[in-house]
Design a protein around this ligand. Structure first.
Ligand SMILES: Cc1ncc(COP(=O)(O)O)c(C=O)c1O
Length: 407
């Protein structure tokens, strides 16, 4: 008799966005005239830049002619894209990553959740709290997380690294045994960043402890502070202990197109086994490549016009972020993030839970955000707002929050 993967039955909390959607729908039904401003889900709102649209049109035309039609893409992705990535994202920052250490994919969500397959099932996994839930759930599915402790809101076998205002939302390296460490900077959900010194410290300790860092830098395009690292490979020795994930979703609006990449340095080995060769095998067996037309669109992100256009989009979102942050501060809130990331992380007023604050914001000012506790127990008492909306709506949101005197 067939049976199910019982690890799936241990999954919790994927109710976050569905609970939000349900609450918003109920409110809309009861108040059909309400003009709701959505600052909840981290999806972009600006259309694709003209240089990307042109590349898509050209690639579609190529697919229409026998002489230029393309079938399956090469396993690692087209060289025209991998070369641009290596040159612009790494060589330009003085980092030595070669095109054949880059694996093109359909996005960072797939890669950050699939990467755990190349590690042993008894590996001890550390995640930040609060955390992008994909890292946790993919390890629950694989059986590495153990049972869920509902009193603590945590899985018994995962190692949680608290990110609090006391540590500037940058975790300490786990004190006990650890094998795999997920880090994400600039961070979703806190919008906070890590300095190069702190990241170097993680790298040094990971090498000493023979642990691997899985570094998600999906939001690196939002960094404006020149002292902050865009890549973990800016740290010495990181190519012996780290895998890096990137996405075209947030820097260039590809959330609907789907494109990302993962860097696995050839120097990264565990007990003499190359993780590059394992990931290459996994990629070749289970993935048939990102679409040709999307890879051409990705290439256009690195053209002079493309760079200029996507930079303007990111700047537009970051204007919203600074506007939201300043406005919330003026309204009396304690606010974090929002300077090198499109997320604002605010303390809820008084002792209000993050879900109570969600209800208050929705009912009093018709604004939707994300309760911090949805990202982990240490997110309780916090709330996430995103900069992925129009400048008009960001301004209107602040106007409403100030007028409502929520503090
Ligand atoms: C930290 C982080 N990593 C990865 C992703 C997913 O990126 P992609 O759209 O490339 O799958 C997101 C999306 O919100 C994210 O917040």
């Amino acid at each position: 008799m067939a049976s199910v993967n019982e690890n799936y039955l241990k999954l919790q909390g994927s109710y976050l966005f569905s609970t939000i959607a349900k609450k918003v729908k109920e409110y809309e039904t009861a108040h059909p005239d309400a003009n709701i401003i959505r600052l909840g889900i981290g999806d972009v709102t600006k259309p694709l830049a003209p240089a990307i649209i042109d590349a898509l049109h050209n690639a579609v035309d190529e697919m229409a002619a026998a002489s230029t039609f393309r079938g399956y893409a090469p396993d690692l992705g087209y060289e025209f894209l991998r070369e641009k990535i290596a040159k612009n994202d790494y060589e330009a920052r003085g980092i030595d990553i070669s095109p054949d250490e880059i694996f093109v994919s359909d996005g960072a969500k797939s890669d950050t959740s699939n990467i755990q397959e190349i590690f042993g099932y008894d590996n001890r996994v550390a995640v930040c709290d609060p955390v992008y839930p994909v890292y946790v759930d993919s390890n629950v599915m694989a059986g590495r997380a153990g049972e869920f402790d509902s009193a603590l809101g945590r899985y018994k076998k995962l190692i949680y690294m608290p990110c609090t205002k006391e540590n500037d939302f940058v975790p300490e390296f786990p004190k006990g045994p650890v094998d795999i460490i997920y880090l994400c900077f600039p961070n979703n959900p806190t919008g906070m960043t890590i300095t190069k010194e702190r990241l170097q410290d993680f790298v040094d300790r990971a090498i000493k402890r023979k642990a691997v860092i899985l570094y998600d830098s999906a939001y690196e395009a939002y960094i404006s502070d020149p002292s902050l690292p865009h890549s973990i490979y800016e740290c010495e020795g990181a190519n012996e202990c780290a895998i890096e994930f990137r996405s075209f979703s947030k820097n260039a609006g590809f959330t609907g197109l789907r494109l990302g990449f993962t860097v696995v340095p050839k120097t990264l080995k565990l007990s003499g086994v190359s993780l590059h060769s394992l990931w290459a095998r996994r990629h070749g067996t289970k993935f048939n490549g990102a679409p040709y037309i999307v890879q051409r669109a990705g290439e256009a992100v690195y053209s002079p016009e493309g760079k200029e256009q996507v930079k303007k989009q990111v700047e537009g979102y970051m204007k919203n972020a600074s506007f939201l942050k300043a406005g919330l501060k003026e309204a009396g809130f304690t606010v974090y993030g929002g300077e090198n990331a499109p997320y604002i992380w605010l303390s809820t007023p008084g002792n209000m839970t993050s879900w109570d604050f969600f209800d208050l914001l929705l009912s009093k000012v018709n604004i939707v955000g994300t309760p911090g506790v949805g990202f982990g127990p240490m997110g309780e008492g916090y709330f996430r707002l995103t900069a992925f909306n129009t400048v008009e709506n960001s301004a209107l949101a602040i106007e409403r929050i100030k007028a409502a005197h929520l503090m």
